[in-house]
Design a protein around this ligand. Sequence first.
Ligand code: AR6
Length: 170
Amino acid sequence: MEPTIELISGDITRIKSDAIVNAANSSLLGGGGVDGAIHRAGGPKILEECKEIRDRQGKCKTGEAVITTAGNLPAKYVIHTVGPIWNNDEEKCSQLLANCYRNSLKLAEGLDVKTITFPNISTGVYRFPKDLAAKIAIQEVKNFNSEIIEKVIFVCFDDENEEIYKKLLN
Ligand code: AR6
């Protein structure tokens, strides 16, 4: 089944869903933007688990994803994925961004996640064009047929992304 898609504007740390996705960097050790917000609201447990993952596997490559629990957040899991830094290689960057969505959905499925929430990965400091990023995000979710994932929520924090998603989803 194709998952139901919902659009919400606001702060991802307030969303109740089985899993929320973090737009992390390859160090997995935190940063600004949505990454900073998730670690601040979720508390130190998330960073501890990220450090354990680093000790086990090293850095997280662009396009890949790892899982921690969600500390104090109203979710069960945080899926940390590393988006591409936009560099005008549209094809390569698009593939890597698609991998972020696909790999996060695969990990979620393995954990029996029914609802998962994505921020607009790479569209902040990583400067991925918002229009293209939204098209890729929606396409990857629509192509992901799953017996387990029932609902995917896109959370838009900035008005520009919200307008773009509204247009594309209608
Ligand atoms: N809830 C939902 N979305 C948010 C929130 C929030 N609380 N805060 C920001 N956004 P960015 P990136 C949106 O820069 O471009 C970090 O330092 C924001 O409006 O957070 O993937 C990491 O450690 C934008 O649309 O992530 C990396 O170093 C989107 O989240 C780097 O930034 C992504 O913006 C990753 O850059």
